[in-house]
Ligand binder design. Structure first.
Ligand code: AVJ
Ligand code: FE
Length: 436
């Protein structure tokens, strides 16, 4: 490949790593030391764990695996191995204190930048097209989303600020659109920084179905609540019903009723629930129950991806709903530019060929599907990224949230979580089979 390609990749790797570190720095300097070492929820690590884990993964994959360097601090590897220590037990580990964690991550980064300056992007599969650098930038951004979730769970006054999304023209399109049946290409073989679970590209046959043009809003979700949705067993999957009863769940996480209206807490501020915004902080069981109440269902992962990527004019699958161009602010609400989703129907320039909006950004969207490998899947570069999670206990989420950076978001990107999880920035849209 031409030299220009290599230099463009080097630039892209550098820019992606730098953007990630700026975000990490912001999320770990806007609170003071006790807030970095505290556990704000048993579901989350102390922020200082994420910080050193980010540095440790970068050391493992870039300095050691790509660069062939010796371990800088072999004694800390096990502390930051996510599989050795579940989140709940991380606060009791002898973690690096904040200043040391910061120094370690910065030292790793300094050496990585030296390595990147001379990196060959055509050597091994790990370095091909700068994959390892892209993977590590995505890894840091994934933890930046995780740390933003920790910020949301933290009590106390607001420390983060961001402008509200710009109001766009009101959405006047239909509530749902028909996606014709037939084959489409799911997944990718050619996207250089796509992770193992997005590969390989393969053809899927999808029956015709209707899909919502926007995510389900707070207002629509409130109608489900007011209609007794949380008290009506028949809307719920049996395990979902047992779960909400056992835990007394009657509304999305962070919602509180105040007389005849709903308030919600967001990053330290309490406000009235805005009816036109996509609902967020619902678990898969809540999404599934809402859909049944509405006479609909969640889309499968294949349906979601066809609605997001299939271009009926050419028959090929796009990188994003709007085409192959990298995400820009006019396309989607990504990258923590805002601290919440934009009103449903925003971002006309991000629309898919079928007229579906906000597939990328705003809220992660629960799908009906279990997290399973595509035909021809090969774990790369490590089994613990995806392979160990495949199976029926995890549900797939698609599209990314306002908290996801563009580097870690594509039409093919797959996220997964337990169906009870709702601290994540999760919403959904609904679908219906054409013949239903
Ligand atoms: C893909 C978001 C489920 O955060 O557990 C971070 C990403 N993997 N470090 C997670 C990840 C290893 C992962 N998710
Ligand atoms: Fe990680």
């Amino acid at each position: 490949t031409a030299k220009w390609d290599t230099e463009a990749l080097r630039e892209r790797a550098l820019a992606s790593l730098t953007t990630a570190r700026d975000r990490t720095t912001l999320l770990t300097t806007c609170v003071d030391e006790p807030d970095l070492t505290a556990q704000h929820s048993p579901l989350m690590s102390p922020l200082v764990w994420d910080l050193a884990h980010i540095g440790n993964q970068e050391e493992l994959w870039l300095l050691r695996a790509v660069g062939g360097r010796e371990a800088m601090r072999p004694e800390i590897d096990s502390l930051y191995d996510a599989f050795e220590h579940p989140r709940a037990e991380r606060p009791s580990l002898p973690l690096l204190p904040p200043a040391e964690a910061r120094r370690y991550a910065a030292e790793v980064r300094g050496r990585v930048l030296d390595l990147l300056a001379g990196a060959d992007f055509h050597g091994t599969r790990l370095t091909e097209a700068g994959f390892a650098f892209g993977m590590i930038a995505q890894h840091e951004q994934q933890h930046d989303e995780t740390m933003l979730i920790t910020h949301q769970l933290r009590s106390g006054p607001a420390v983060l600020t961001a402008p509200e999304p710009e109001p766009g023209p009101p959405f006047t399109g239909p509530a749902d659109v028909l996606i014709p049946g037939g084959p489409f290409t799911m997944g990718t073989s050619g996207e250089p920084w796509a992770l193992d679970n997005e590969r390989p590209a393969h053809v899927r046959e999808v029956a015709p179905f209707w899909i919502d043009t926007t995510p389900v809003t707070n207002g629509a979700y409130q109608a489900f609540i007011e209609d007794g949705g949380y008290d009506t067993e028949r809307w719920w999957a049996p395990e979902g019903w047992a779960h909400i009863r056992r835990h007394g769940i009657t509304a999305p996480l962070f919602w509180r009723r105040d007389g005849d209206r709903w308030l919600r807490r967001r990053f330290g501020t309490t406000e009235a629930v805005p009816p036109d915004e996509p609902v967020v902080h619902v678990c898969w069981y809540e999404a599934d129950a809402y859909a049944r109440w509405a006479g609909r269902r969640l889309p499968t992962e294949a349906e979601w991806e066809k609605a997001a990527r299939h271009d009926p004019a050419t028959g090929r699958s796009r990188r994003y709903p709007w085409g192959d161009a990298d995400p820009a602010p006019r396309h989607a609400n990504l990258g923590q530019r805002h601290l919440g989703p934009a009103p449903a129907g925003s971002y006309p320039e991000g629309e898919s060929p079928y007229g579906v909006r906000q597939l990328i950004g705003d809220v992660w969207e629960w799908t009906a599907s279990d997290f399973l490998p595509y035909p021809g899947f090969r774990a790369f570069p490590y089994k613990e990224y995806s392979e160990v999670f495949f199976g029926p206990e995890y549900k797939v989420l698609r599209g990314g949230s306002f908290a996801v950076d563009p580097v870690a978001c594509r039409g093919t990107f797959r996220n997964w979580d337990y169906p009870i999880r709702r601290q994540i920035f999760s919403g959904f849209r609904t679908a219906r089979s054409e013949d239903a």
